[in-house]
Design a protein around this ligand. Structure first.
Ligand code: UDP
Length: 322
């Protein structure tokens, strides 16, 4: 298929681009490089540097079989401080992209959504029918885009089939393509910075949560498993429908378990200190991925935490994972 990947210079977008190329697809990446890296775009993809809202219509005029939309602002804390950056950067941009998709009759869209659309869960594991009550502007903007996609997909001509994939905690790397954020807030890369000697210790945001060891529990999913789900979503995008699927392993690991896994994998003692809770953190976020299994035939193949950490560690050291 001829595919447009927005945000293909970012972490998840670049890994998915690598998988799409391996799958024999013809890929064009559109990215403005505000947070992405030009050298993360896999060789073999065409690259257009530009703002998605401004450039999408011109690019899509060439005729495309599908769009994978990753380009977004994605820092929860920043979204609270500067909501305009998120409502414009995420929602306004995505509406412009949807208009271009519609104008050029692109038949498939796969959207990078998030577990942050659910907010504080009433129960776990979280299914797609759980209430969506985001607790920050980042999650609210992603949910707004999901609503917009539904409207465009079921519009009268039913020309678009769309799948939103709601990621839980993405981690790991695909060989030499991995997580490289200017502002790193995610647990695994931060812990690995300690092992690499660029950070003295890691903070544990609270050890008095209502969880077995008192630290927060999250559902970590390997970025290669995530990419596999995107390829499946392209093949299963139901015309005139908007399918929403969670992507996670369905297994939770606590912050302490993650730090222990990093110690095992790196052989580094990794000093850690308990710090106050981080605002907006729910105690437990674990996905039910039953729908992705049923509708996309997807199940995670690389769910082992040590394996996820090992790939992230190989990438952090500039090496290539197996
Ligand atoms: N966390 C932590 N110390 C850090 C970074 C994160 O204890 O330096 C915790 C955080 O409170 C959460 C979990 O690790 O419970 C995962 O956080 P991350 O930012 O990686 O992902 P999130 O779940 O917020 O999307």
């Amino acid at each position: 298929m001829k595919l447009l990947v927005t945000g293909g210079a970012g972490y998840v977008g670049s890994v998915c681009t690598a998988h799409l190329l391996d799958g024999g697809h013809d890929v064009t990446v559109l990215d403005d490089l505000t947070t992405g890296h030009r050298d993360a775009v896999p060789a073999g993809a065409s690259f257009v540097e530009g703002d998605v809202a401004a450039a999408a219509a011109d690019v899509l005029a060439e005729g495309f079989d599908g769009v994978l939309h990753f380009a977004a602002r994605s820092l929860v804390g920043e979204s609270v401080v500067d909501p305009a950056k998120y409502w414009h950067g995420n929602v306004v941009t995505s509406i412009a992209l949807l208009d271009a998709i519609r104008a050029h009759r692109v038949p498939r869209l796969v959207f990078s959504s998030t577990a942050a659309t659910y907010g504080e869960p009433e129960s776990t594991p979280i299914t797609e029918d759980s209430p969506t009550r985001p607790t920050n502007p980042y999650g609210a903007t992603k949910l707004a885009i999901d609503h917009a996609i539904t409207s465009y997909a079921v519009a009268s001509d039913r020309a678009l089939g769309a799948v939103s994939l709601r990621y839980f905690n993405v981690a790991g790397a695909h060989g030499d393509v991995g997580e490289r954020h200017a502002t790193e807030t995610h647990l695994i890369p931060l812990v690995l910075q300690v092992a690499a000697g660029t950070r003295e210790q890691v903070s544990i945001y609270g050890d008095d949560w209502p969880t077995p060891d008192g630290t927060c529990v999250r559902d970590y999913i390997h970025v290669d498993d995530l990419a596999d789900a995107h390829l499946r979503a392209l093949d299963h995008a139901p015309p005139g429908e908007h399918l929403i699927c969670n992507l996670g392993n369905g297994t939770g690991f606590s912050v302490l378990e993650v730090i222990e896994a990093c110690r095992r994998v790196t052989g580094h003692p990794i000093p850690a200190a308990v710090a106050p809770r981080r605002a907006g953190d729910p105690a437990v976020l674990v996905a039910s991925a039953a729908r992705a299994h049923e509708r996309l035939g997807w199940s995670p193949a690389r769910g082992d935490l040590d394996g996820i950490v090992a790939d992230a560690w190989a990438f952090a050291r500039g090496g290539v994972s197996a």
